[in-house]
Design a protein around this ligand. Structure first.
Ligand SMILES: N[C@@H](CCC[C@H](N)C(=O)O)C(=O)O
Length: 258
């Protein structure tokens, strides 16, 4: 069997993208998804996304982590899916689509995709760190110099500690660069390694920076590029009108024998 695919990336977070409007892709086949995401024997990606028809939305996005399991919300993946939907002619410059955490709106403006994230309510304090859900679970730790952090070892230690081992969490190390800019490095659950960018992680980090006094919009540097997060804090730990803004680009397309 041959599978046609597209490869997209958003600030270095990369995805195998499949047009599954004919519902031919066997999404329940964990081993196949894992194989396609494998960087040695497959296409290679941090995750795989199916774009599917939905009766009530422009499209539905179904996201899998590189380990082959269905994931929760993926912010960079969603921005890439919007770009992909536009390339396929499914949408023009605006979209309303369904993802793991519900409905999302998005718009395309030249290179940039602006994605509306769901409201966030509840930010837990864990010692000097934070834990919140921006569609996916994120642990946030502020550090003095993010470049010197061993993200794999320190992130993995938190992801597999007694509190998180069963469900897992993504872990973000955040450095404040100025009064409106942060640098974020992320250990991603389901990839079980550092990725070059994580959209829901960057969003979580910006909201927590907001809790610590940073004004919206927050500029965010990641290893794979730059993003921006706009938000409105409406309560002690409630955020609304959250937007994740940044580029999403096609890389190549092809067909892979499986
Ligand atoms: N890379 C993603 C985050 C994906 C979700 C995560 N790996 C999980 O399932 O917890 C993003 O851009 O948000």
């Amino acid at each position: 069997m041959a599978i046609s695919f597209y490869k997209y990336q958003g600030t270095g977070n990369d995805f195998v993208m499949i047009d599954n409007r004919k519902m031919t892709f066997p999404g329940e086949n964990e081993a196949l998804v894992k194989h396609l995401c494998d960087r040695r024997v497959g296409v290679g990606a941090d995750g795989l996304i199916l774009l599917q028809d939905h009766p009530d939305y422009d499209f539905e996005m179904v996201y899998y982590n590189a380990d082959g399991r269905v994931g929760s919300m993926c912010g960079n993946g969603a921005r890439c899916t919007v770009r992909f939907a536009r390339q396929l002619g499914v949408i023009e410059d605006v979209a309303c689509f369904l993802a793991a955490d519900g409905e999302h709106q998005a718009s395309v403006e030249r290179d940039l995709i602006q994605l509306k994230m769901n409201d966030v309510q509840g930010v837990e304090r864990i010692g000097n760190d934070y834990y919140l859900n921006t569609g996916s679970p994120h642990y946030i730790r502020f550090v003095e110099d993010v470049q010197t952090i061993d993200v794999f070892e320190e992130g993995r230690a938190i992801r597999y500690n007694d509190r998180f081992a069963a469900e897992g969490t993504n872990v973000n190390f955040v450095q404040k660069l100025s009064d409106n800019e942060i640098f974020v490095r992320t250990y991603e659950r389901g990839v079980e390694d550092e990725t070059l960018s994580c959209g829901t992680g960057v969003t979580a980090a910006a909201l927590v920076a907001g809790l610590e006094g940073m004004q919206s919009p927050v500029k965010v540097k990641v290893l794979g590029g730059e993003l921006e997060v706009a938000f409105k804090q409406t309560d002690a730990d409630t955020f609304k009108y959250i937007y994740l803004i940044g580029p999403a680009k096609p890389v190549f397309n092809g067909s892979v024998a499986v």
